[in-house]
Design a protein around this ligand. Structure first.
Ligand SMILES: Cc1cc2nc3c(=O)[nH]c(=O)nc-3n(C[C@H](O)[C@H](O)[C@H](O)COP(=O)(O)OP(=O)(O)OC[C@H]3O[C@@H](n4cnc5c(N)ncnc54)[C@H](O)[C@@H]3O)c2cc1C
Length: 553
C-alpha cells in the first residue's frame, strides 16, 4: 500500500464523514476519506430512513428538534433526489398517549415544527390502514424518507469531483505524531492487511459509534455509548406517510415507508461494542405487536428481513441512559481539550443533521489550517452536474415503468426487478476502485434489497463481474455466494408464515435449479473465505464477541 499525503484525513464513511469530506472539498481543502468497510456500511446504512421533522424530539430534546427542522428544510433543497416527501402522522392509541398530546403540540409550537391536528376520519381517508385503536391524529408534513445510501454516495461523489479521494476497505490502525502535533495516520487494507501511511496536517474522527475506539488509538478518551436498535422490513408499503406513535419514544413506534417497503422500528439497548449486534426474536415480536397498534397489516404483511444498527450516543456525563440520552452531537477539539494539535472528533447526532455536524467540525479543522473560506454546503446542491451517476432518484415514482432513457432502446430488461435497477445504473460502479464486492454495488444501486432479497439479480450481478470486471467464473460464483450469505443473515430472523414459504422457493432456486452449492464445491477459489461477521443483519442467538470485549470480562 503506497504511502501518500493530504491536508485532512477524514476517518469514517458514514453520513458524517461523507458530509465532512464534501464540506472540506467545497472549501478547497485537500482531503482523503478512509473507511474500514464500505461507504454507509456502519450505522448510517442501518438507520430507519426517517428524515425527522423534529416531532420525535420536540418534548424531550428541544435543541435536537430545532436542528431537525432546519436541516430537513436544507436537505429538501440540496439533496432533493434522496428525499421522499411522505409527510408523517403522530397517532395516539391509548389514554397515556393522549395525555402526552398537549406536551407534543406545545413542543412542536416551541421548536417551529409544522403540525396540524386532524380528525380520525380524515386521517383514515388519507391512510386507510390506520388501526381501529387510533384515537387522535396530528399531521406533520415535514417527516419524510431519506435514503441513507444515496445520501452518502451523493456527498462522496460531489467531493470526489472536487478532487477529494476515498479509500474504502481501509482501516486507520494508528496515528503518527511529532510531539504534541498529529502528523498522519497509519492505514491497513482491511482485506490484504497490507499497511501504509497518510501524512497530513489534520485528522477528523467521524467514526460514530467507533469514535471512542479510534480516539483510544491516540490515547485520548471520547465517551460514546453504543446503543443498538433493531428494525424489521415489511415487504410492502402499508402507509403513504411515516406513522409515529404520539408518546414518549419507545420500541416499535415508527413505521417508515422506505420506497417499496415499510420499515418498522426500533428497539434501544446498550451493547458492549459497536459490532455486537445480535437480533433477538423477542425484539422482533415486540415491535410487530407495537406496530400493529398503529397500522393494520403489520401482522399480516411479510416480514422479509430484520437488521440492527448502533446509535453513537455521546455521553454528556448525565446519568441518563439509552432513549433518555441526547440525540445532539458534540465536536471535540482535542487541541483545546487534550493538547493534541490537528485532531478533532465529532460524535452523536443523526443522519438528518449530518450536514450541520460536518459544518461545525470542519469550522474547527479549517481554523487550525488557517482556511477562512466559509461553508457552502447548505447552498450548493449535491447533484450539481448532469450525468447519469448523479441521478440519485426516487425510483418508484420516476421509474415506475421501464422507459426509454436518452438513446436507449425502450424496455431494456431490468437488472433487479424489485428495486427497478437498470444495467446502466450498475455499470459505472464496476469500474470504481472503491467498489470491492457485490455488497458495495448493492449500497450504491439498491440491487438485491427488494422482496426477493437478491434471488435473481445476484446471478446477473455475478455475470457483470465477469463481463465488466474481468474476473473468472469461480471467483464470480464465490462473490455471488458471499452476497447471498449477507442477505441471508437478515432474512433468517423472520422465518415464519409466507416468508418461510418464500425462502423455501428461493432455496429451491439456488440449490435445485442453479446448483450453486455444487458449483461452489466444484470450483473452490483458493484463499477465499466467508465474509466477515460484521456485515448487515449479523446476529441471531449469541454473537461472537470482539476480543477486547471478551478481555474485559
Ligand atoms: C437503529 C437506528 C435507527 C436510526 N434511525 C434514524 C433515522 O431514522 N433518521 C436519522 O436521521 N437518524 C437515525 N439514526 C441515527 C443515525 O443513523 C446515526 O446517528 C448516523 O448514521 C451516524 O453516522 P456516522 O457517520 O456518525 O456513523 P457511521 O455511519 O457508523 O459511520 C462511521 C464509520 O466509521 C467506520 N470506522 C470505524 N472505525 C474505523 C477505523 N478505525 N478506520 C476507518 N473507518 C472506521 C465504520 O466502519 C463506519 O462506517 C438511527 C440510528 C440507529 C442505530
Amino acid at each position: 500500500m503506497p504511502d501518500t499525503s493530504t491536508g485532512v484525513v477524514v476517518i469514517g464513511g458514514g453520513s458524517t464523514g461523507a458530509g465532512v469530506l464534501r464540506d472540506l472539498a467545497l472549501r478547497g481543502i485537500d482531503a482523503i476519506l478512509v473507511e474500514k468497510g464500505d461507504l454507509a456500511s456502519g450505522t448510517t446504512g442501518r438507520s430507519h430512513g426517517l428524515l425527522h421533522s423534529g416531532g420525535r424530539y420536540c418534548v424531550n430534546d428541544e435543541q435536537a428538534a430545532i436542528e431537525c427542522v432546519e436541516e430537513g428544510r436544507i436537505l429538501r433543497r440540496i439533496a432533493r433526489s434522496t428525499v421522499e416527501d411522505t409527510g408523517g402522522y403522530f397517532v395516539s392509541v391509548t389514554e397515556e398517549d393522549q395525555a402526552w398530546e398537549p406536551r407534543f403540540a406545545e413542543g412542536c409550537r416551541r421548536t417551529g415544527i409544522t403540525c396540524e391536528r386532524i380528525s380520525v376520519d380524515e386521517a383514515r381517508r388519507r391512510e386507510p390502514a390506520l388501526s381501529k385503536h387510533v384515537r387522535t391524529v396530528f399531521w406533520v408534513p415535514e417527516d419524510g424518507h431519506l435514503d441513507p445510501f444515496y445520501l452518502v454516495v451523493g456527498n462522496v461523489e460531489s467531493a470526489r469531483r472536487r478532487g477529494a479521494r476515498v479509500m474504502t476497505h481501509t482501516e486507520v490502525s494508528g496515528f503518527l505524531r511529532e510531539g504534541d502535533r498529529l502528523t498522519g495516520v497509519r492505514i491497513r487494507d482491511s482485506k490484504t492487511r497490507e499497511e501504509g501511511t497518510i501524512a497530513c496536517q489534520s485528522v477528523i474522527n467521524a467514526t460514530g459509534a467507533w469514535a471512542g475506539l479510534v480516539a483510544r488509538l491516540f490515547g485520548v478518551e471520547v465517551k460514546v455509548v453504543p446503543v443498538k436498535g433493531t428494525m424489521v422490513v415489511l415487504s410492502r408499503r402499508l402507509a403513504h406517510a411515516a406513522i409515529n406513535r404520539c408518546h414518549k419514544p419507545g420500541d416499535g413506534d415508527i413505521v417508515v415507508p422506505g420506497l417499496s417497503v415499510s420499515i418498522l422500528g426500533t428497539t434501544s439497548a446498550k451493547v458492549p461494542h459497536p459490532e455486537t449486534l445480535p437480533i433477538e426474536w423477542d425484539e422482533v415480536r415486540r415491535m410487530i405487536e407495537e406496530g400493529a397498534m398503529m397500522l393494520d397489516g403489520v401482522t399480516t404483511a411479510r416480514a422479509m428481513r430484520a437488521y440492527a444498527g448502533v446509535r453513537p450516543l455521546y455521553d454528556l456525563g448525565a446519568e441518563a441512559e439509552g432513549r433518555e440520552m441526547s440525540r445532539n452531537f458534540a465536536v471535540i477539539d482535542h487541541q483545546e481539550r487534550d493538547g493534541i494539535k490537528g485532531f478533532t472528533s465529532i460524535v452523536g447526532g443523526k443522519v438528518t443533521t449530518f450536514r450541520l455536524m460536518a459544518e461545525r467540525v470542519v469550522d474547527v479543522a479549517a481554523r487550525y489550517l488557517g482556511v477562512s473560506t466559509p461553508c457552502t454546503t447548505a447552498e450548493v446542491p449535491l447533484n450539481d452536474r448532469d450525468e447519469p451517476l448523479d441521478q440519485l432518484r426516487h425510483r418508484p415514482s420516476v421509474l415506475g415503468v421501464p422507459k426509454p432513457h436518452d438513446e436507449e432502446p425502450p424496455l431494456q430488461p431490468l437488472l433487479c426487478e424489485c428495486e427497478l435497477v437498470r444495467p446502466q445504473d450498475v455499470a459505472p460502479w464496476f469500474k470504481d476502485p472503491a467498489v470491492h464486492d457485490l455488497e458495495d454495488v448493492r449500497r450504491r444501486t439498491r440491487s438485491g434489497m427488494g422482496p426477493c432479497q437478491a434471488a435473481i439479480c445476484s446471478y446477473r450481478l455475478a455475470a457483470r463481474l465477469v463481463t465488466d470486471r474481468g474476473v473468472d467464473g469461480p471467483t464470480a460464483t464465490r462473490a455471488m455466494a458471499d452476497f447471498l450469505e449477507t442477505r441471508w443473515r437478515g432474512v433468517r430472523h423472520v422465518f415464519w408464515g409466507s416468508q418461510l414459504r418464500n425462502m423455501q422457493v428461493t432455496t429451491g432456486l439456488h440449490m435445485e435449479l442453479y446448483n450453486v452449492d455444487r458449483q461452489l464445491m466444484l470450483d473452490p477459489v483458493a484463499g477465499t473465505s466467508p465474509p466477515p461477521l460484521a456485515g448487515e443483519g449479523r446476529g441471531g442467538g449469541l454473537a461472537q464477541e470482539p476480543a477486547e470485549v471478551a478481555a474485559q470480562r
